[in-house]
Write a protein of this length. Structure first.
Length: 181
């Protein structure tokens, strides 16, 4: 009787325009869920400061890069993809907060197991100390928000120097790259 009832129910579903696929119970229990995205609470962040990771803030003739890392501190595997939000808060009274523009690079998806670290770069255009105050931005702190999140990390700028202030430019020399670049 159970087989007839199942056949009638299946016929009713198919007649209604729905397709049904049977999955054995053993297959359903062995399927592994894909990792979900990393949330701010899953991560810790900081500036890369060792070796050649520090930007060349003393030179004023070309762009340089600073690197910020995220480490998965949670007990689960998660993914990160896209652009982090980066707001620089200045040390001078005229600086205010500068929300960095994004580069043209295409984001990639990165999977982080517990303890894994990734980074991203910020291109910077340093200027000389003699540059007029209204034309330079002196970084103090960075508010860094992981992609697709609304909660940020507050990181103290450890490198000194000044950046050419052109936050209203169409193609600024200071901008953020996506995760992994």
């Amino acid at each position: 009787m159970n087989n007839k009832l199942a056949a009638v129910a299946l016929a009713a579903v198919v007649a209604g325009g729905y397709a049904v696929t049977a999955v054995p119970a053993s297959a359903a229990t062995t399927a592994k869920a894909a990792p979900t995205r990393c949330h701010t609470a899953d991560l810790k962040a900081g500036f890369a400061t060792g070796g050649d990771a520090a930007p060349e803030m003393g030179q004023t003739t070309k762009q340089t890069q600073a690197f910020i890392w995220f480490t998965n501190k949670s007990s689960r595997t998660c993914t990160v993809s896209g652009f982090p939000g980066v707001d620089m808060v200045g040390a001078q009274s005229t600086d205010g907060t500068w929300s960095l523009a994004r580069s043209a690079k295409k984001p990639v998806k990165i999977t982080l197991a517990k303890g894994d670290t990734l980074d991203f770069s910020i291109n910077l255009l340093p200027v000389a100390r003699s540059t007029p105050k209204t034309e330079k931005f002196v970084p103090k702190t960075f508010l860094v928000t992981p992609p697709n999140e609304t909660t940020h990390f507050t990181l103290t700028w450890p490198f000194g120097g000044q950046i050419l202030k052109h936050d209203g430019a169409t193609h600024p020399g200071t901008y953020v790259n996506p995760i992994g670049f």
